[in-house]
Design a protein around this ligand. Structure first.
Ligand code: TRP
Length: 339
């Protein structure tokens, strides 16, 4: 593990260890590849009748950078629409949020979205959480130099399974920040369960600031998840390289193609990797034949009507909501209180 710098508390841990710890409570043995737990999880998904891989494996160092590139694409409206909502309604949000919060950034990535909030809400502490811990550490070190007065901590954690926060995270005025409509990558039931866990980490002075993508014309959605430049395809296909590394698999990226399409009945974008022809894949502890056209499901991205989004937050135990949207009604940012 590379040494951490003085400015960032050494909460950041290697992904594989954290993942194992999150599942078992103790550090588990690592193999030459990822943790034994990660390999078992990947193997089970690949061997299932409808093969699938958890979207959290999309975000290795290259995947995180490719996702940043997706956010620059004209077709990928969520990032810039959400940014426009923050730019337009930042003052109103700051008024609802107040100062001196403990800002807990779920899936912080390059920390840029939270950094834009700092001058508006003046948090007392900033806790950046992401699965790609190394990427996070680099981002946070730069940020600490720009905002030396905010206490900062980096935490490498797979928060999709557990939200247990170390005691170094202040209990007062916790504000869970969950932008980018990442909530859409859970099923609605998983989303409620996840938000309940966040709610359980709040005292009555706690709150949530969340970005949620809304239902819209399917042509707009399809273009956002299958862009003509192929950046989204590269991002999705990079998962196979990551699996080669984590699970000792032998995927040949050129044998696969990206598919991203809106399923209106389910109100979700479905992302797949599809075998271009019949092929066999081996990984540590398993093997599988894929027929031509057979696919690995990599991610869903649910889209909500704003009434359904509010309902989701209420089900999770949040109240007193403020909802801000863009003029086209494509995206919503919601502040909800634990009360
Ligand atoms: N959370 C992003 C979203 O649902 C992730 C994403 C964007 C994604 N494009 C993708 C995931 C393509 C897999 C494949 O918008």
């Amino acid at each position: 593990m590379p040494p951490s710098t003085a400015s960032v508390p050494p909460l950041t841990r290697e992904y594989a260890n954290v993942h194992a710890a999150a599942n078992s409570g103790v550090g588990q043995a690592r193999t030459a590849h990822g943790s034994a737990v990660a390999i078992a999880e990947i193997g089970a998904g690949l061997a299932a009748a409808h093969a699938s891989v958890s979207p959290k494996f999309l975000y290795d160092a290259l995947g995180s950078r490719l996702f940043e590139a997706i956010c620059e694409l004209p077709e990928y409206y969520p990032t810039r629409t959400e940014a426009a909502i923050f730019a337009e309604h930042g003052a109103a949000m700051a008024h609802a949020i107040g100062h001196d919060t403990t800002l807990i950034d779920l899936g912080a990535g390059n920390c840029a979205k939270a950094a834009r909030l700092f001058p508006l809400i003046h948090p007392a502490q900033y806790v950046a959480i992401d699965i790609s811990a190394d990427f996070l550490r680099e981002s946070l070190e730069r940020l600490q130099q720009r905002f030396p007065h905010i206490e900062m901590a980096a935490l490498g954690l797979d928060f999709s399974s557990s939200l247990a926060l170390p005691p170094t995270v202040r209990a007062e005025k916790r504000l869970f920040f969950y932008p980018g409509s990442s909530i859409g990558n859970f099923t609605p039931q998983e989303a409620v369960d996840f938000l309940r866990r966040a709610r359980a980490q709040c005292d009555s002075d706690g709150a949530l600031l969340i970005g949620i993508d809304l239902v819209k014309d399917s042509a707009v959605l399809d273009a956002a998840y299958d862009d003509p430049l192929g950046v989204t395809a590269a991002f999705n296909l990079n998962l196979l390289r990551h699996l080669n590394h984590l699970a000792g698999a032998d995927f040949d990226v050129r044998q696969w193609r990206h598919r991203g399409r809106y399923n209106a009945a389910e109100s979700r974008i479905e992302m797949h990797l599809e075998a271009r022809h019949e092929l066999t894949v081996h990984w540590q502890g398993g093997t599988r034949l894929f027929d031509a056209g057979e696919a690995i499901h990599t991610e869903n991205s649910y889209k909500y009507r704003s009434s359904a989004a509010v309902g989701l937050l209420e089900q999770a135990g949040f109240q007193a909501m403020n909802v801000w949207t863009d003029p086209q009604g494509w995206f919503a940012v919601i502040h909800a209180r634990a009360i």
